[in-house]
Design a protein around this ligand. Sequence first.
Ligand SMILES: *Cc1c(COP(=O)(O)O)cnc(C)c1O
Length: 415
Amino acid sequence: MLKEYNRYLEYIDGELHLEGVSLKALAEEFGTPLYVYSASHIRDRVRAYREAFPDALICYAVKANFNPSIIRVAREEGAGADIVSGGELYASLLAGVEPSRIVYAGVGKTLKELEYAIKSDILMFNVESRMELDVLNHLAESLGKKIRIAIRVNPDVDPKTHPYISTGMKKSKFGVDIKHAKQEYQYAGKLKNLEVVGIHCHIGSQILDVSPYIEAVEKVVDLYHELVRSGFEIRYVDIGGGLGIKYKPDQSNPEPKDLAEAVMPALKGVDAKILLEPGRSIVGNAGLLITRVEFLKDKGHKHFVIVDAGMNDLIRPAMYDAYHHIVPVVKRDTGYIKTDIVGPICETGDFLALDREIQKVERGDYLAVLSAGAYGFAMSSHYNVRPRACEVLVEKQSYKIIRERETYAYIFKGE
Ligand SMILES: *Cc1c(COP(=O)(O)O)cnc(C)c1O
């Protein structure tokens, strides 16, 4: 069952290992909470995309996990980067991603961020509003540059995922309504310092059924043909990210090849480079969060396992009501309990799992929270003045630290 999450994850003599590295040994060496990632899994996932879409550019969505060592692994397998901030541009360049393989989306790009990206000569800006078109055009003019843009269109499809991660519905803040996209393209076409080269869409995240992609891509392709007929040279069609991963043991998820099979018929006849922006489906199941059991608490009607990882380390359960599978780092024949697994933060929403049946644990035991590679560390915070976790990358039985555990002094450095 673990192999369905990550083929490099297994119990060896009752002890959980990732790529042959003992997670108990890592927890003892580096302390907890501890994020551990498998580089081979990331490589496999990028390759799966490249095999499914041999002519496409795969731009890893950096917001899922911005550690430069993680971005670097994706880059080594041929991925570019999809960024949503100046900070993510910085991280991508630090990881050695070529600017000509970077695309930049986001509804609220600041002048400073835009200037940084223009000066870095990235591949394409995915513009989300008319006002942004104007601002970009002025800025490009003042810098004496001509820049490549796509317009992010909102195809109004329901990706059937959590409302907070649905981005392609009419009511969402993202993109421009596809029905009015042509007018926006015509407007952009008149702006002297913009070169209109692409169409962008991204409909949401953790999408488990490929049919919303078909619907979205069909609408995008209609727009593509309309624009080409009107004289636009559309060189890039960016269909975004969002492919879901396995979180629950009984859940199956589409693979990149399923996505390719679904959307390729609609893309036939499109004479443009296809771009994809997967984040979660590259790194999600590459990573685990290792946490230590601090206390057990039995309130009669309810049992609690209190661990040292809180919502400041992994906010997905609190924020999206997300399920993360949790397994013991060391297996024992001690029977099972039904329990809430909660963190140390002073919030009732601070839980990793509710009413979960797990192997009985004791103070000092380690638990592994699966599927924590995406939107885990990246969303972590200092809430309750808790230093952020340490991150370790394993590959083929070796490991290296890719981010040190923070100290109190680090948190207050800017005071
Ligand atoms: C978040 C995001 C992605 C990546 O989404 P995943 O679900 O992690 O694949 C891709 N493109 C854009 C524009 C995004 O905002």
